[in-house]
Design a binder for this molecule. Structure first.
Ligand code: BGC
Length: 747
C-alpha cells in the first residue's frame, strides 16, 4: 500500500478521534478521564476487529533496524533506523510504530541525520529543575517525531545504589524523590509532543556486570521506599505510555516475568494503563511472561548477532511471542482476554497520545538551532561547582576576563567533550581520536565525543590573552605550560557505557580504559597543581570520581557529559557569565572502599542508599548529595512548619542572597522520621529553587505529601503513617550542619 492510501485511512478514522486525542482541538471540555475512557473504548473496538495473527503482530517487535542496517541486513518495510519497529495494520488505520533510543537525544543509525545531543541525564538531575526536565523530554520528542519515530526509549530512573554502574550517567542519581519527579516531568515533556514516553529499566537494575542473570535480592520495604518509589512517582505523575522491564532478576524471578513487579505493583496498585515492554532480549518465556504482566517483547525477532556481540548482550533469549504466543492462545495456555488486554494497552496508548491519528512521518527537517539552545540551557544549569578556594582575597573562579595567560591541558579539550556510550548516547557523536577497537565490539571500546571545543570557547572569552594547549600525555610539558600561565585548567574524563561497569571511581588511566586513555590523569593533575599559580579542574564524567589531588587544586567544576554545547557552557561558568547552580544528585565518596557494596553483591545495603548510608554510618563523603557552590552565598532563616488534615506538611523558610551576585539556590528539605522505625537519619522530601539578586530575601514554601513521610509496611502491603516526632531541615546539602530545623509531632 502506498503512503497516500495509508494516510487517507488515518484521516478517515481520525475525524472522530481527533476530538478526543489532543491534536488540533479545543480540549478544555474533555477531562483527562474522559480522554482516557474514549481511548479505552476505541482501542477495545479496534481489538474486536483484529485477527489472532494481527493481535500477535502488535505485541512484539520485528528486530532492531539500527543494528540490522549497521550490519547491512534487510529491515521490514516501514522500519526506519531506530531500535525497534512494530508494523501497523493499514486496513484498520493502525500506523507503523518506529521506536528509537533517546536517553540524551535521538539515537539512529542513519549517519546523515544530525540530531541534538543534550547533556547526560545525570547532569539534568544536577539541575534539580523539573521545568528543564520537561523541556529535555519535549526537545528530544520533537526530534523523534520529526524523524518519524512515535516512541522514545529514554527515561531511565534506576537509582545509583552502585555508582560504578556503567549506566549511572543515563539515570537521575541516588534519591527516589528527586529522580522520580524529574523522570515524571521528562515524560510529560516527551508526551506533550505526541510521542510515547518510556520509563525504564523496571526494576532494581543497578549494574551491568552479569546484567542478564544477576538476582537483585531485596526485601519489599527496601524496594518500595527506594527504587520503586522513583518508579511510582514517575508512573503516577508522568503517566508514561511505556514501561520497560529490565534484564535482571528480582528475588529469583526475571523482572520481565515477575508478577509482583508487573501486575501487583505496577498495574494493580499504581493503576498503570500503558504497555509493559521487555528490554531488548529480556524476555525468557511466553506463557509465564504474559501471565506475569509482560505486554510486548522486544526486539521480538532474532538479532542474528555474531557470537562476540551476542555475549555482550548477556544471553539472547527469544524470540518468544512471535514463535509461540499464537499457539499458547489457541491451546488455552494464555487466555484470549489477556492477549486482548496486551493489544488494547498498545492501541489505547497510541490513541491517547496522538500517535494513532497523527502518526509521525519520516524525513522532516530538524530545528537544530532550537535544539542547540535547549542543549546550552541544560548544560549551563547542570554544572556543579565543587570547590572554589580563595587565592589571596578573591576566589579562584570566576576567571577575570583581564587574565593574561591560560594553560588548557588534557581531556581532548582542544576538540571535544565526552559522551557516555551504548544506547544512552545521542546520534551524531563522533571523533574517535585514533581509538581502535575490535570490529564486533558492541560495548566498551571507543568513546563517543561531541565536537565542541572548550579550548576555542575559552579563547573566545579572552581574545587578548595567551591561551596555550597541551594534550596531557607529557607531564613535563604540562607542568611547564602550567608554570608559565596565570591559570591552568585541566580537563579530566571518566568514560562509562552500557554493558560494562567501572572497576573504580578513580579517574581512569590506560589500565582501566585502554581504548580511550593514554596517560594517568591523577598524575597529570598532580603535576599541574604542583606548578601552577591557580589550578582549575574540569570534570567530564557520569559517575562520581575520586580526587586524591583535591587539597592541591583551587577549583573543581563538575561538567558531567555536557552534550553538544558543553564547551560553551563550561566557558560561561568558568568566566562567570553563568553563575553555577547545579547540586550533586549523588554522593561523591573519598575512596572506592567507602562505596558499598561491591558491584556483584546485590542490594544488601537495604534502605541505606547513597547519602542515607553516609549519614547512618557517620562516614564523611568527599562531597555530599545535594552539594554545589555558587558565586554568591545563600542563608536560610525563619523555618516554620504547618500541618494539614491530610497529613501533608508545609515547610516555609526565608532564603537570602548574602553575596554580591545574582544566583539560583536550591533549598533542600530533609525529614528525620521518629526514632525506632529503622529509618536512615534523614530523607529528602522536597526542594525549591529561587533566583535572587544580591541582598534580596524571599520566603519559599514546600508542601510535603504524607507519603513522603511514610514507611512501607510489608505486612499490610501499604504505606504507613507513623505517629511521633519528625524533624524538618532546610539544607544546602544532605547533612548540612548549618540547616535550620524544626520538630513537629505528627499523626
Ligand atoms: C538497553 C535499553 C535500550 C535497548 C534498545 C538495551 O540493551 O538496556 O536501555 O533501550 O537496548 O536499544
Amino acid at each position: 500500500m502506498g503512503k497516500l492510501r495509508v494516510a487517507a485511512a488515518f484521516t478517515a478514522l481520525g475525524a472522530v478521534a481527533s476530538i478526543l486525542t489532543g491534536c488540533g482541538r479545543s480540549d478544555s471540555a474533555a477531562t483527562e478521564s474522559e480522554l482516557d475512557a474514549a481511548a479505552d473504548k476505541r482501542a477495545g473496538e479496534l481489538v474486536s476487529q483484529l485477527t489472532l495473527d494481527e493481535k500477535v503482530q502488535l505485541v512484539h517487535g520485528t528486530g532492531m533496524p539500527l543494528m540490522a542496517r549497521t550490519m547491512g541486513m534487510a529491515v521490514p518495510p516501514g522500519a526506519l533506523y531506530g531500535s525497534g519497529f512494530i508494523p501497523g495494520i493499514p486496513r484498520l488505520g493502525i500506523p507503523d510504530l518506529n521506536m528509537a533510543d533517546s536517553t540524551t537525544g535521538v539515537l539512529v543509525s542513519d549517519a546523515t541525520t544530525d540530531v541534538t545531543a543534550l547533556p547526560a541525564p545525570i547532569g539534568l538531575a544536577a539541575s534539580w529543575n523539573t521545568q528543564l526536565a520537561h523541556d529535555y523530554g519535549a526537545r528530544i520528542a520533537t526530534e523523534l517525531r520529526t524523524l518519524g519515530y512515535g516512541e522514545g526509549l529514554g527515561g531511565a530512573v534506576n537509582l545509583a545504589s552502585e555508582p560504578r554502574s556503567g549506566r549511572t550517567f543515563e539515570n537521575l542519581g541516588e534519591d527516589p524523590v528527586l529522580a522520580g519527579a524529574l523522570v515524571a516531568a521528562r515524560t510529560r515533556g516527551t508526551q506533550s509532543q505526541q510521542v510515547i514516553g518510556t520509563i525504564k529499566h523496571y526494576a532494581m537494575n543497578d549494574q551491568e556486570t552479569d546484567r542478564a542473570t544477576i538476582d537483585a535480592q531485596t526485601d519489599e520495604r527496601t524496594m518500595r521506599e527506594t527504587e520503586l518509589l522513583a518508579f511510582e512517582i514517575g508512573v503516577r505523575e508522568g503517566q508514561p505510555g511505556n514501561v520497560m522491564c529490565s534484564y535482571n532478576k528480582v528475588n529469583g524471578t526475571h523482572a520481565c516475568e515477575n508478577p509482583y513487579l508487573l501486575t501487583e505493583v505496577l498495574k494493580n496498585e499504581w493503576d498503570y494503563r500503558g504497555v509493559v515492554q521487555s528490554d531488548w532480549g529480556a524476555t525468557h518465556t511466553t506463557e509465564q511472561a504474559v501471565t506475569a504482566g509482560l505486554d510486548e517483547e522486544e526486539p521480538g525477532a532474532a538479532m542474528a548477532l555474531p557470537p562476540e556481540m551476542a555475549s555482550g548482550m548477556g544471553s539472547q533469549p527469544g524470540p518468544h511471542f512471535a514463535v509461540s504466543l499464537k499457539d499458547a492462545v489457541t491451546s488455552g495456555l494464555v487466555p484470549m482476554e489477556r492477549l486482548d488486554d496486551m493489544v488494547k494497552r498498545k492501541l489505547r496508548t497510541m490513541i491517547r497520545l496522538g500517535v494513532m491519528d497523527n502518526p509521525p512521518a519520516p524525513g522532516g527537517k530538524l530545528d537544530l538551532k532550537a535544539g542547540a539552545a535547549t542543549a546550552l540551557d541544560v548544560a549551563r544549569k547542570s554544572m556543579v561547582l565543587l570547590k572554589n578556594d580563595s587565592i589571596g582575597t578573591s576566589p579562584a573562579l570566576p576567571l577575570d576576563q583581564k587574565v593574561r595567560s591560560i594553560a588548557v591541558i588534557g581531556g581532548h579539550a582542544d576538540k571535544a567533550v565526552l559522551s557516555g556510550g551504548g544506547s544512552g548516547q545521542a546520534g551524531g557523536a563522533s571523533g574517535l581520536f585514533g581509538c581502535q577497537q575490535p570490529p564486533a565490539m558492541l560495548f566498551g571500546g571507543c568513546a563517543p565525543w561531541h565536537m565542541s571545543s572548550p579550548l576555542d570557547a575559552i579563547r573566545a572569552k579572552v581574545p587578548g590573552a595567551a591561551v596555550t594547549w597541551t594534550d596531557g600525555t607529557d607531564l613535563v610539558a604540562a607542568s611547564e605550560a602550567a608554570r608559565a600561565a596565570d591559570v591552568a585548567i585541566v580537563f579530566a574524563t571518566q568514560w562509562q557505557t552500557e554493558g560494562q561497569d567501572l572497576v573504580t571511581l578513580s579517574l581512569p588511566g590506560p589500565a582501566e580504559d585502554p581504548f580511550n586513555q593514554s596517560y594517568d590523569q591523577n598524575s597529570l593533575v598532580d603535576a599541574v597543581a604542583g606548578n601552577a599559580k591557580r589550578t582549575v579542574v574540569v570534570l567530564e564524567n557520569g559517575s562520581p570520581v575520586l580526587m586524591p589531588w583535591h587539597d592541591r587544586v583551587h577549583a573543581v567544576l563538575e561538567a558531567w557529559y555536557p552534550g553538544e554545547q558543553g564547551a560553551q557552557a563550561i566557558a560561561d561558568v568558568l568566566f562567570g557569565q553563568v553563575n553555577p547552580s547545579g547540586r550533586l544528585p549523588l554522593t561523591f565518596p573519598t575512596t572506592d572502599e567507602t562505596v558499598s557494596p561491591p558491584p556483584d553483591s546485590g542490594y544488601h545495603q537495604g534502605l541505606l542508599i547513597g547519602y542515607r548510608r553516609y549519614q547512618a554510618e557517620n562516614v564523611a563523603p568527599l562531597f555530599p548529595f545535594g552539594y554545589g557552590l555558587s558565586y554568591t552565598t545563600f542563608r536560610y532563616s525563619n523555618l516554620n512548619t504547618t500541618t494539614r488534615d491530610d497529613g501533608a506538611v508545609t515547610v516555609t523558610v526565608t532564603v537570602t542572597n548574602a553575596g554580591s551576585r545574582t544566583g539560583t539556590d536550591t533549598t533542600q528539605i530533609y525529614a528525620g522520621l521518629p526514632a525506632g522505625l529503622g529509618e536512615p537519619p534523614q530523607r529528602l522530601v522536597g526542594w525549591q529553587q529561587t533566583t535572587l539578586e544580591p541582598g534580596k530575601s524571599q520566603e519559599i514554601s514546600v508542601t510535603i505529601p504524607s507519603q513522603r513521610l511514610a514507611t512501607w509496611d510489608a505486612a499490610s502491603d501499604s504505606w504507613r503513617d507513623n505517629p511521633g516526632e519528625y524533624s524538618f531541615h532546610a539544607a544546602r546539602f544532605a547533612g548540612d550542619p548549618d540547616a535550620p530545623r524544626s520538630s513537629v509531632r505528627l499523626h
